[in-house]
Design a binder for this molecule. Structure first.
Ligand code: NAI
Length: 327
């Protein structure tokens, strides 16, 4: 059985090759899946792909004509896949529903603390022999109100960690949950999050409903100087609106692990190039913005879990068993 894996960095190849069956014919490609690279999937019954691979109707149609029957996503999010088209082409799509909610939750807390206490500035300052505390003033997390949008696996963990700091935790999720109640979270309307939270953290999936959830209108309802953290998906926020709010100081801190046009930048070394995305470059000019390159998930445990679940998904397909993680 021929399997081609796209967007496979050395660490992905290492984790996958360790658990994939020896009888499988595997190709690991360190390039994204797009119209330029799709030829490599010719004759591959199974293709595995990651968050920024192109999986629209055009690509899926070519995969189907090349013989692909199973698309195994090595990620949880599937907003980039045209599922209706995949179904019509008889391509089954499976994913890794959760690889390490702990990894993402812990990184989210890391962004909050680093922004609050300016750890990234301290790192540079101390190395230059500058021990001044001017501009380094933070705030106690204790007693602050945090609003979490999307109280699923990651959102609930973030809430529990913040409870341990002594924060008041508000959550908004379309589905009320007794678990949230038991964890001591207050389940509120979205508007209450905008109005009451000192820190807002996004953990909902990207859907038509949540696209640009953070926009000029929602930002205007927020507390002046609010901290906004997005480790969900880039398109949850309107970046131009957020830039305006940073300029007016309506947003006081911004922590991003995802960016709407990250596909052209993230996971690659562009340090020798001129980056042409002016919106992204503008974000980096603010002293109160911290960006990481979609690394929230990136722990040893998560990589192993992604590899094992992908192997199990492929085995289930191969053995004609029910596809537990199908979309
Ligand atoms: P989950 O499925 O456990 O939780 C998502 C929650 O969002 C659910 O409770 C759902 O009811 C809620 N939700 C759905 N529509 C909503 C809406 N309109 N408004 C508010 N809440 C809504 O997912 P999980 O594992 O907690 O992951 C959350 C998101 O984190 C993923 O969708 C993905 O985009 C992102 N993620 C980011 C990673 C990174 O490395 N930065 C890694 C893994 C996931």
């Amino acid at each position: 059985m021929k399997i081609v894996s796209y967007s496979c960095k050395p660490y992905d190849k290492c984790a996958l090759s360790e658990v994939f069956d020896a009888s499988w014919t595997c190709t690991y490609l360190d390039v994204p899946l797009n119209l330029d690279s799709i030829g490599c999937a010719q004759g591959a019954e199974i293709v595995t792909a990651f968050v920024n691979d192109r999986l629209d109707a055009e690509v899926l149609t070519q995969l189907a004509s090349g013989g692909t029957k199973l698309l195994a996503l090595r990620c949880a999010g599937f907003n980039h896949v045209d599922l209706v088209c995949a179904k019509s082409l008889d391509i089954a799509v499976v994913r890794v529903p959760a690889y390490s909610p702990y990894a993402v939750a812990e990184h989210t807390i890391g962004l909050m603390l680093a922004l609050n206490r300016k750890l990234y500035r301290a790192y540079n300052r101390i190395r230059e022999g500058n021990f001044s505390l001017n501009g380094m003033l933070g705030f106690d997390m204790h007693g602050k109100t945090v609003g979490i949008v999307g109280a699923g696996r990651i959102g609930r963990l973030v809430g529990s960690m913040l409870k341990a700091f002594g924060c008041r935790v508000l959550v908004y999720d379309p589905y009320e949950s007794e678990v949230c109640q038991a964890l001591g979270f207050e389940q509120v309307a979205l508007e209450s999050i905008w109005q009451a939270a000192d820190i807002i953290s996004l953990h909902c999936p990207l859907t038509e409903e949540t696209k640009c959830l953070i926009n000029g209108r929602s930002i205007a309802q927020m507390k002046k100087g609010v901290m906004l953290i997005n480790t969900g998906r880039g398109d949850l926020i309107s970046t131009p609106d957020v830039i305006n709010a940073l300029k007016s100081k309506q947003i006081g801190y911004l922590g991003l692990d995802v960016y709407e046009k990250e596909g052209a930048l993230f996971f690659e070394d562009h340090s020798d190039e001129i980056i042409l995305d002016d919106v992204f470059e503008r974000l980096l000019t603010f002293p109160n913005v911290l960006v990481t390159g979609h690394q929230a998930y990136f722990t040893q445990e998560a990589l192993s879990h992604i590899a094992e679940t992908t192997r199990d998904n492929i085995r289930a397909y191969q053995q004609n068993e029910p596809l537990l993680n199908s979309l």
